[in-house]
Design a protein around this ligand. Sequence first.
Ligand SMILES: [Fe+2]
Length: 302
Amino acid sequence: MSTHQNAAAPVSKLGYVEFTTPDPERLVDYYRTVLGFHVEESSPEEAYLTTDFDHHSVVIRKGGAAARSTVGYQVAGSLDDAHKRLAGAGYEVSRRSDIAPSTPDVLVLAEPGSGVPLHLYDTQSTSANTIPGPAHRPTKLGHVAAFVPSLDEIQGFYQDLLGFRWSDTIGDFFVFLRCNADHHAANFMASHKYQGMHHIAYEMRDPNHLIAMLDHLAKHDYRLHWGPGRHGAGHNLFTYHRDPDGHVIELFTQLDVVHDEAKGYWEPRPWHEEYPMYPKTWQVDLAAVNHWGPIDPPSLDH
Ligand SMILES: [Fe+2]
């Protein structure tokens, strides 16, 4: 365990992301029919959806169109300790039992810079979902990327207080942070122009699983606007399309993983530029953004 984790509330998993939408029925239908999620609970006002045995990994709520309106992270340690550390660092933290029946004990605090509510919990009840679901269903919620005013501030918070580790930075504006073996669960782009979500990403099992999903998307008239390609940072094979509310959805596979935090390099892969491949700061070019080309300029607009 790194010193960061010892000093912090050790987040170990991205648990769920919430979207608000003027048309919950349309968005739930997209998640259920197109992405193959299981709807665990739903009402006209809110829906809880999952890819696996967790009660939910996506929450859809009626409201103005906003992605990443809340993010939930699971902590590996004690919630009491997390509460003390965050409150001790000066954050206003409330402890709630009414967030959802599946998460009876949740710390709520505002993410610095964005003000987005973060939920920290240690247990989430399991779903009635039967695994496997539809063959094209993603394996899990992978990561969420968002605009923030300052990388220094957000890295200080996520690394020093939530126990995330630095994975890569592109230029001086796009940082990737991990909370477990996966290269990133959180991704932040510095911007004074934009706020809100940049994209959200779901993991596919392997390239064939991703291809099966792309065929399924096409049958439902969802077309890619970027990819397939291979990112440099994270080295994941990626595709991007938009959900019915216009939010960018990434489907990816073959993301870098670190099995040994003490050694700190990514498990070697034939597409790596260096052996061993360590976290690094990348130039803003094809090597960092898309090995296969081209760069999608709007994806770097900040
Ligand atoms: Fe991504």
